[in-house]
Design a protein around this ligand. Structure first.
Ligand SMILES: [Ca+2]
Ligand SMILES: [Ca+2]
Length: 470
């Protein structure tokens, strides 16, 4: 017995130690705080930088609407959140040669601001894993709206860039694996997006309109993926330029819409790919003149990008991608269509896809739509303005994805796609139920008549008996 006491004491002490340690760890990990800033109302601070200085990593600095003429440095992993994108304004014009916002910590979020007039750049990032989401970034005349130097895995998403010398500038070797998605970039004096000596970046879902050059890749900008962007009305849509030995090669371009750029692409000393193979396809080029005789939405002859490069599978209509989340999974529905597509909607309850198509009256319209079968099961019914239309299920369909191709004559139409309803159930086998009911009814009538007759008969009998007694 005596010897067994010691292990129990040891175990108890160990448990007490673990519990104490757990409590200590808990108390060391401070609660994250939210600091408020307002230029003209009650708040923790009236200056954003003062709040950033007071904050610890993990804290939030919430900035109410106002104009803040400051040049900010963020050196800790905080969330900087503006009350309203258009009315919470960081103006860097008073900092000569500096950034409106300089981020040198990893893990910073900046959202909900207008950032403008930075004299070096509006937002400069020299670190990793930061998120610049949902801001308006304007009027930078030097290094860029967002300038990433030696920064990796940064996400630049859902921002509006206007009137910058360049919208987004990814610069130098270690600017890798950055994600530039779903931004609108307009009226840049030089480039909408410039990638310089940087690799493995993803540029997707952006609209680049009326810039001098939409996307520029130069000086060993390699292995970047550029897809599902719209390049519209730029002087040059995409430029690839470099000296021999510093080629910007092995970049992939597909499912982009090149619309009426004065020069769609200029490319020097660069070999990149301009399609994603068949049946995925290449890009839409507004000046492509080839035909699609076999009706798969892809032109039957290549588009010559320049002397070195060609798009082997140019799309016959603009490419659009709609993300649908359904039963906790995300699915892409993609459309190649020579009409303007709007109002895309997946109805979860009914399992239908709806959208509108518009084009110049009486011209021929077509859509090639890729539908994940998990969203809608085949066979399909396609209605255009409520009328069923014929479609082709293309041979490139597989067990997960259906590719449907259908045509119509243009004006504005409503398209609905749904699973073909099962044929109506046959009517119930003739008359059995009714026969049984009729039989019951007859029995009821017969028994009622019998009962009434008995009552009448007994009454007559009683009346007679009564009159006999009298
Ligand atoms: Ca205010
Ligand atoms: Ca074809």
């Amino acid at each position: 017995m005596k010897f067994r006491v010691f292990p129990w004491i040891g175990l108890t002490l160990l448990l007490i130690g673990i519990v104490t340690l757990a409590f200590n760890v808990q108390s060391v990990k401070a609660e994250s705080k939210t600091w408020t800033v307002d230029d003209d109302g009650p708040a923790d601070f009236s200056s954003i930088q003062a709040a950033i200085n007071a904050a610890s990593s993990g804290d939030t600095v919430f900035v109410r609407s106002g104009i803040y003429s400051e040049t900010l440095t963020i050196a800790k992993a905080i969330s900087l959140i503006g009350e309203n994108r258009d009315f919470t304004i960081i103006d860097g014009s008073e900092g000569p040669g500096s950034q409106a916002l300089y981020i040198n910590s990893n893990g910073v979020l900046v959202t909900g601001f207008t950032v403008q007039n930075g004299t070096h750049s509006n937002i400069m990032i020299v670190s990793d894993d930061n998120k610049i989401i949902g801001n308006r970034i304007a009027n930078n005349t030097w290094m860029g709206g967002v300038y990433v130097q030696y920064g990796a895995q940064n996400i630049i998403q859902d921002n509006i860039f206007c009137n910058n010398r360049q919208g987004i500038y990814l610069y130098w070797y270690t600017s890798i694996n950055n994600l530039v998605i779903n931004n609108s970039i307009m009226n840049s004096q030089s480039y909408g997006i410039e990638i310089w000596y940087s690799k493995n970046n993803t540029i997707s879902g952006n609209v680049l309109k009326s810039n001098y050059e939409g996307i520029r890749l130069s000086w060993e900008a390699v292995n970047n993926s550029i897809f599902e962007n719209t390049l519209w009305d730029n002087y040059v849509g995409v430029s690839l330029s470099c000296d021999i030995g510093d080629e910007s090669s092995d970049n992939s371009f597909y499912h982009n819409n090149f619309l009426d750029n004065t020069n769609q692409v200029t490319s020097f000393n660069s070999i990149s790919t301009w399609d994603d193979g068949y049946p995925s396809g290449g890009n839409y080029w507004s000046d492509y003149t080839g035909v699609d005789a076999d009706g798969d939405g892809i032109g039957d002859t290549p588009y010559i990008v320049d002397g070195d490069s060609q798009d082997n599978y140019p799309l016959k209509g603009m490419f659009s991608n709609y993300s649908v989340s359904y039963q906790e999974d995300a699915y892409d529905v993609t459309i190649i269509c020579n009409s303007t597509v709007s109002g895309f909607h997946f109805n979860y309850a009914e399992g239908t896809i709806d959208f509108d198509v518009a084009g110049v009256d009486s011209t021929a319209g077509f859509c090639r739509i890729m539908i994940p079968r998990a969203l809608i099961e085949s066979p399909y019914t396609i209605l255009v303005d409520g009328q069923e239309v014929a479609y082709t299920e293309l041979s490139l369909s597989n067990s997960a994805l259906a590719f449907l191709y259908f045509t119509y004559s243009h004006s504005t139409h409503h398209v609905k796609i749904m699973a073909t309803p099962p044929p109506p159930a046959p009517p119930p086998v003739g008359g059995t139920t009714i026969a049984i009911e009729s039989k019951h009814l007859s029995l009821w009538i017969a028994s009622t008549i019998l009962m009434m007759s008995l009552v009448v008969a007994s009454n007559i009998y009683l009346e007679r008996k009564k009159s006999e007694k009298e």
